[in-house]
Design a protein around this ligand. Structure first.
Ligand code: RIB
Length: 292
């Protein structure tokens, strides 16, 4: 089994449930408030660890209570935190509005922006060819770029979840073996709303395998035979926060055990489907025993 190296964010999620999203300039009364451990990087690390993978995390928190709690949560789930540093900034937070299971999220990066190239270099020093690097875009862009480039040179398997995506994200595709955007992120990367066209474009232009997550419609990916769509089971979603992270973590967990791409994707879909039936980012991440 190969090891999974996650470089990414750790956030304290603050969620308000409301009956509808407010209009610009409007205030609406919410129904409830809760906090949960989150951050795309930490969620993906915990997802993979709960599914039986060997996971190490490189991240930054602030020297504050949120940072301490988030690090402890990773350790409780068996994630190696030797490369989780404390910086002078405050721990990242995510402000989430949840309406009928769907969400909008604003992240204040805080310490996540302090994950440095030096830290990434130390983190990847002992990685072996065949180990997996899993990254997202809630940390410093240059650091993610450095990590992907270094991992690729060292023959690791590189996986990028380009979230949140912007115009620069496409420049990272050349260092990726797999890229896993959602529909919106895919559109941002290719400037094209046609999913099949965008997947083909990424494969042909950059050579990496593009996988798009499609919510309740499952996912699609590009292989030698063209675009393949994989459906998922229909469930009543109570909270989609972290569903994409569950998918990415589960995909890498299956990859680390040597599974073929289609099996990895089917496994990731099952895990993500289960996660949306529960509330919160890390609290909703499934354990291997539940999936089996
Ligand atoms: O993908 C979900 C995550 O995005 C949340 O946990 C939040 O912290 C934001 O990073």
């Amino acid at each position: 089994m190969s090891d999974i190296y996650v470089i990414g964010s750790m956030n304290m999620d603050m969620t308000v449930v409301a009956s509808r999203f407010p209009e610009l300039g409007e205030t609406v009364n919410g129904q409830s408030f809760s906090t949960a451990y989150g951050g795309k990087g930490a969620n993906q690390a915990v997802a993979a660890a709960r599914l039986g993978a060997n996971v190490k995390m490189c991240a930054c928190t602030g020297k504050d209570v949120y940072g301490e709690e988030l690090k402890k949560a990773l350790e409780n789930d068996g994630v190696n935190t030797d490369f989780v540093y404390e910086s002078g900034s405050s721990t990242g937070v995510a402000v989430i509005t949840l309406v009928d299971g769907d969400n909008t999220i604003i992240v204040a990066k805080g310490a996540n922006a302090d994950v440095s190239i030096k830290q990434a270099e130390l983190f990847l020093k002992n990685a072996k060819p065949g180990d997996i690097l899993l990254a997202q875009l809630e940390t410093d862009f240059e650091t993610v770029e450095y990590a992907l480039k270094t991992a690729k040179i060292n023959k690791m398997i590189t996986v990028l979840n380009p979230a949140p995506a912007d115009a620069l994200s496409s420049s990272l595709c050349e260092y990726c073996d797999y890229i896993i955007p959602n529909e919106t992120e895919l559109k941002t990367i290719t400037s094209n709303a046609d999913i099949d066209f965008s997947l083909k474009l990424i494969k042909e232009k950059y050579g990496c395998v593009p996988i798009v997550t499609l919510g309740s419609e499952g996912c699609a990916y590009y292989s030698e035979n063209g675009v393949n769509h994989l459906p998922c089971s229909k469930v009543k979603a109570v909270d989609t926060t972290g569903a994409g992270d569950t998918f990415c973590g589960a995909f890498c967990a299956a990859l680390s055990k040597g599974s073929q791409i289609e099996d990895c994707l089917k496994f990731a879909l099952k895990c993500a489907t289960l996660s949306v039936t529960r509330k919160g980012a890390q609290p909703s991440l499934p354990y291997l025993s539940e999936i089996e």
